[in-house]
Design a binder for this molecule. Sequence first.
Ligand SMILES: *Cc1c(COP(=O)(O)O)cnc(C)c1O
Length: 219
Amino acid sequence: MELQDLLQELEPFNARLVAVSKTHPPAKVMTLYDQGQRDFGENKVQELVDKQAQMPADIRWHMIGHLQTNKVKYIAGFVHLIHAVDSLKLLKEINKRAAQAERVIDVMLQVKIAEEDSKFGLSMEDVRTLLESGTWQQFPHVRIVGLMGMATFTDDQEQVSQEFHSLKNFFEELKRTHFADRDYFKELSMGMSGDYQLALEAGSTIVRVGSLLFGARNY
Ligand SMILES: *Cc1c(COP(=O)(O)O)cnc(C)c1O
């Protein structure tokens, strides 16, 4: 799909695009950069670091995959948004490394919404517990700007739609209960190549689209 056509679809929803460039070489990624795209997403720290070093400095790099605590230090100096925070320990480490880099890093909490048992992410109950502990408020170098979720990989559109709506409802709940006076809590990262339209209809503000733009990945 052409970049401009996708952007046109996002416009009425006021949603942003993170172009997921994982496994694709910089030269290929540059074709989208040359068309004006600036937000790119990677799911592995090493690849993110390598591409950031080789590509233009005005790219906003998104870490969309599972992030190990011991690897935060490699990306803390430049990462724009970390989508998949799934523990208080990770949040604490991001705060520490962001402080060292004299930055405030925006993050989202990854919430499990899929039926299948995914390895990563927090249950809604885990998120409530994490926020109620209040510890996160002692981390001045991280800002929790929203939630991220991945729907079940299925052809059942009704199910996918329900899962996205459940994340949207949870987001609204947290906005009331924990972020009422924090207007930066406004992002919902949901939707990929196969389900971004359903995600937009459910209130997504950031879609993460890879293969639809770059073609199939060759691992
Ligand atoms: C790879 C990936 C995507 C993009 O997937 P496509 O189906 O290629 O659009 C989105 N989000 C995450 C977390 C990913 O790892």
